[in-house]
Design a protein around this ligand. Sequence first.
Ligand SMILES: Nc1ncnc2c1ncn2[C@@H]1O[C@H](COP(=O)(O)OP(=O)(O)OP(=O)(O)O)[C@@H](O)[C@H]1O
Ligand SMILES: [Mg+2]
Length: 105
Amino acid sequence: MKMIRAIVRPEAADKVTEALAQDGHYSLTKINVFGRGKQKGLTIGTIHYDEFPKIMIMMVVEDESVEEIVKIIKYKSYTGNYGDGKIFISSVDAVYTVRTGEDGL
Ligand SMILES: Nc1ncnc2c1ncn2[C@@H]1O[C@H](COP(=O)(O)OP(=O)(O)OP(=O)(O)O)[C@@H](O)[C@H]1O
Ligand SMILES: [Mg+2]
């Protein structure tokens, strides 16, 4: 199993999650976050914005779904401008469902 953490523009988040749902990927956690990337924020005139609001979409999925999910996230969150987002993938050792006590997704 893998954990996907995609940090996207707030205005892209619904497009991403709707497309993921259409492809059968429903389970997710969404978190409002603030962050910055390589540009260390953005200066407009005399004002420097250190961090920008983003939405982090977190999903734990089977390994074989990762490629498809990443493709959808990239496609739906792309504008071509700085700050479109970042996708991080990591391994997940264990998952438990509280209701059933079972392990696995
Ligand atoms: N290395 C990182 N570690 C943790 N979070 C990051 C990292 N890079 C970016 N982020 C998060 O992702 C958000 C979007 O990053 P962003 O798209 O600006 O990445 P970037 O690498 O600067 O790419 P670009 O050059 O296209 O702007 C940031 O606001 C921050 O929340
Ligand atoms: Mg950036």
